[in-house]
Each structure stands twice: as structure tokens, then as C-alpha cells.
Design a protein around this ligand. Sequence first.
Ligand code: PLP
Length: 483
Amino acid sequence: MSVINFYQKDHQVPLEMHKVRVVQKLFLPSVEERVAKIREAGNNTFLLQNKDVFMDMLTDSGVNAMSDNQVAASMQADDSYAGSETYNRLVKALKEVFKTEYFLPAHQGRACENILAESFVKPGDVIPMNFHFTTTKAHITRMGGRVEELVIKEGLDPDYIYPFKGNFDIPRLKALIAEVGAEHIPFVRIEAGTNLIGGQPLSMENMLEVAKVCRENGIMSVLDASLLQDNLYFIKTREEAAKNMTIKEITHKIADAIDLIYFSSRKLGFSRGGGIVSNNNDLILKMKEFIPLFEGFLTYGGMEVRAMEAMAVGLLETMDEEIINQGPQFIEYLVKELDDYGVPMVKPAGGLGAHINASAFLPDMPHDQYPAGALAAALYIAGGIRGMERGSISEQRNEDGTENYAELELLRLACPRRVFTLSQIKYCADRVKWLYDNRHLIGGLKWKEEPQVLRFFSGKLEAIGDWQYKLADKFREDFGESL
Ligand SMILES: Cc1ncc(COP(=O)(O)O)c(C=O)c1O
């Protein structure tokens, strides 16, 4: 990776290795309008209209900026139902990235999870993983399986500084296999760049160790590579054993050890779509028939051919350290700005976005008033910034209807790759700092409309009391006429 030092060392900032050629105009509604909009949206940032959002930090999914080469490639897509050249080019790129022979296309990450669950999970099965992801767990439980989370205990401590907080606790994995029996474990799922605990990576060593334990016990190992891109950057920059390896060599080493890899290309490869790859044809054959059933014909799997072309180029670009370093560097900058001010952040900075520890931000808020959700609504009021609640609202209720409180109450501020400038990141930090100084004004939320499955996507909540108006009044007092 190139090193570019600033002459004035205290002016050193992350420096983008790209320039912007296509831009999109933004709008920032007034603070009074922001209060009205978030209330209309049921205090659920998923339900805000993008036209009312200044900085969209909801997710990086499908909203990363594409490169000139990706856009150019998408123009030469071969749009045929079956046997398209686009498919062949994508298979070739996947072979280069993962060294895998077989590919099943699917329309996005959760579609791969659906197919995996349909093909391998039976009632009573246990699926160990470092940590669950919302859609993964929903598909496994739908098939009667159970998720067991085996992340190291440090992974759940937002303040504990450790480079690989997404690592599996290997002794617990071995103990779980001994306890439930390998025959009840269809696969072990490794989630690169662990989403729900702050984008925390696993080390290459830990991934290889999990794969070895699986092999020794005759259990299939599965890598969810949706967030692999940031994880690769962290392996390269934080793990001694990988210091002299290229990103591609690290990817090959991991892929060689794993039986099956799936990914959302809305994340990996700066595109849209997804897929499953493997060198094991028997595993592929068990899933193959579900592709035409649920997704589309085997050479497009529900994807748009232009997205497939962009994916092929984007996956190859993922092997370039100067392309994948932009996200983690901006996230680290934002985390440092806020941490230095005293805002409780998940540390060390991970991938995907900056994560605010909402329980520590709002220590007096009762758990049943959803601190991470309340903070998400408050930040939209403070700055037109749309983050995502990653706490109890994102969990499913227990079978008896009681709340299943999340282990971490986080507000995620995703940093879609190459989308924001550093001044926008600074604006975000400024508004979070103001909110932190005014945190005593933030009140809780209660349910108004609560869907049973994946309630965080479309559920509606209401503010308890009139705190949102008071927060807007304080904003006016402090910022005057400013938007
Ligand atoms: C780790 C992980 N796995 C799976 C998915 C699901 O992917 P998709 O949103 O494309 O369905 C996501 C999406 O955020 C994710 O972060």
C-alpha cells in the first residue's frame, strides 16, 4: 500500500486514492421538518425517504460507489436468459478471487442463506457461528434450526481493545460439537467482519483453525464473505502472519480451507447480487435445484446482468489494497474523532461503519425503551443523518413473546465506500458531539406497530413524551438559522 505522509503531521488525514466524477445533489431539511419526518417514519430510520436524508449512513449495502471500470463493464452485459457471456466472465473472476470451480448465482446475500438453510438445516439442528446476522438467523430458525454464538467474550465488550474481536472461541466450539454431536451440526458459519458487533474482524489464523476443527469432525465449514473486504484489510494490517502476503494470497489461503463460501455482492464487490462458490461439486448439487426454483436460471440467479458485470470487476478490484482501504480508514477517523471527545464507541474501529455504544451514551434509559433506536431517531433530528439501530429492535422476540434484549445496543453509522467526503464525515462527528452534550434531552421509544418477523425493517415506534420537540428547540437555540 502506498504511504503518503503530510508535511504538517498534525494535518494528516485519510487520503482517498480516487477522484469523483459523478455526483448527486443532497438536501438537508430544517430541524423542525426532521422532527416531523422521523415521527412520520415511526421513528424507524428504514422508513425515512431518502430525499429527506442528508447523510445516508443506514448501510453500505448496494450503495457503495462503483469505479469507472465497473460502470464501463456493465455497459457490455450479455443479456440472455441462458448461457450468457456475462455469467462466464463472472465465473472467471470468482475463480481468480477464490480459486473455486463452481458458482451458484443468487439475487443477494439472504437468498444464499435461504438456499443454504433449505438444503442443509433440519429441525433440531444447531448451527454454530461467531455471531448471528439478522437474515441468517431468521432463515435457520424458519427451518427449525438453532443458532449458537461462539464469539470470544472480548468481542462483546465495546471498550476492550483487541485486533480480532470477531474471532471464534475455539474451545467453546469444540465443547459444543462434543455436547450436541457433529451429526446435529450441518455446518459451522464463519461471518467475516462480524456485522452486529461493530464490524469486528476475525484473524486469518482463527478462520483456519475453525476450518480445521470442522474438518476433524466431518462438519462443513461455511464462510459468509459479505464483509470479507474490510476483514481482509484488517488481516493485512493487523496480523503478523499476513504482513508479507498480498490481499489475493490471504483470500486464497482462507478460501482453500473452507468448504463453501457465500456472499452478498451488495457489499463484497461494490455491486448488487450474490452467490455461493465451492470446489465441492457434491455440496453444489445439493443446492443447485433451488436456484431456478427461488432465484432464476442458473446463469443469472435473479440478478440483473449489468450488476453481474459490475460484480466481476468489483470482486477483482477488492484484491487491491488501495481500493479496500478507504472504508476502514474513514471509519477509523470518525471513531477517533468521537472517542477523543468522550463519545462511547465500539473500539477498535472495525469495518462497515462507526458504531456508537448506545447503552453507554444513554446509561439511564431503560432497556425496554430501546436506547439504540432512540439514539438513531435523535441523530436524524440533530443532523439529518440516517444511521441504523443495531440493538434490541433488530432482534426477534423469544418464542414466549418476551423481549430478547440484544447483548450490544449499537447505533451504526455505515460508511458506504467512496461515497462521502471527509468534510461530510466531520459534519457527522460534529452533530454526534452536539447530541452527546445534549444527551439528557433524549427520551425513549415504544412500539406502535410491531411485525413478527424482522420487525426492524418495517415496524413503527413512537416517542415517549415530547422529547423530540425539546431536542429541536435546543438545536435552534444552539445553531440559530443553520440547517
Ligand atoms: C454478514 C452479512 N451476511 C448476510 C447479509 C445479507 O445480505 P443481503 O442484504 O444482500 O441480503 C448481510 C447484509 O447486510 C451481512 O452483513
